[in-house]
Design a protein around this ligand. Sequence first.
Ligand code: PLP
Length: 376
Amino acid sequence: MINPIYVTQPALPELQDMCTMLEKIWQSKQLSNHGQMVRQLENKLASYLGNDNLSVFANGTIALQIACKTLDLRGEVITTPFTFAATAHALAWSGIRPVFCDIEEDSFTLDPNHLEALITEETTGILPVHVFGNPCQIGKIEAIAAQYKLKTLYDAAHAFGVKASGRPIGSYGDISMFSFHATKVFHTVEGGALSFKDPALKKRADRLRNFGLNDDNLVSEPGTNGKMNEIQAAVGLLLLETVTEEIEKRKVLITLYHQLLSNIPGIRMILPQIDITPNYPYCVIRIDSREFGLTRDALYQELMTRNIFSRKYFYPLCSNFGCYRSLPSASLNHLPIANRVADSVLSLPLYGNLAESDVARICDIIRKISKQRQIK
Ligand SMILES: *Cc1c(COP(=O)(O)O)cnc(C)c1O
């Protein structure tokens, strides 16, 4: 039996370099509350992500929740069901009802053609997701938001370093959220960031992440604790130096997957859109079970028996969670494409240090499974 191959593996800084960073932190005796490491990371990320109005947080989910408060979102916010649980939950935790909008068959992102039908008196904003680093239809979404005076908050958790039409992804909309969880292309173990259109929004979010405290220690509104600590920031500072290399390695592996999986009936790779600078966060395939001869779930199981751990991502849809499925917008007949996509996608192992020989073996197994089925 081969060693297990997991769907992802975190990038790690050199242990020696991490020790040097820890020595600096030990000398400073400041572990949290916006110390030198966090300040440095904020500056470097502002430059890397192309937006001076940027703040870092303890994780992406608290960043999303703080973004909801910063934009005064309430009532209903339109979002996508084809996302990680955190997107819908951040709304629910802020007392906002998520309204699910169907997605596009090709990009898996929120389909702006359905937006207007979902807008009610209660709607205050739109929370689309740049799914698998593929930007959603920003132009169309922004136009509708402007027409109906709605705020836009983009979940860019997957889109670190992505550019759309030559512009950094975090420069669109009122706020964009990045996640720096260990499973993401760039990470700080746990962590996240918000990039803002307006410096006043950054100021408010910075206050909200620190219990609502103003500079003069007065409190004008209830905040929370969303602070990133110095050790997280140190990991980020080191990984920021190698993230371009990480993305480059992933590109090579994705290209290899693409070559080796082409011509397998019923398997389609989801590739980055043209006109973007991609970041290759996941290797996503879609399975047409009739052509392939096996369902997505069966392929997932077959791979697992061979010690290859893929991931059904995103499955189940947020709209099918027990806590949301009774919402009117969650019904299957409103979300046919999202349901179809969630039942047919699979994320294959992808991380910078994955060996090319492992990619070859994974593809070989998929091809063999497919052949066996075609004969039967
Ligand atoms: C990872 C992720 C989040 C949550 O980020 P955390 O940093 O893990 O809290 C939110 N949305 C999407 C789409 C994600 O993939």
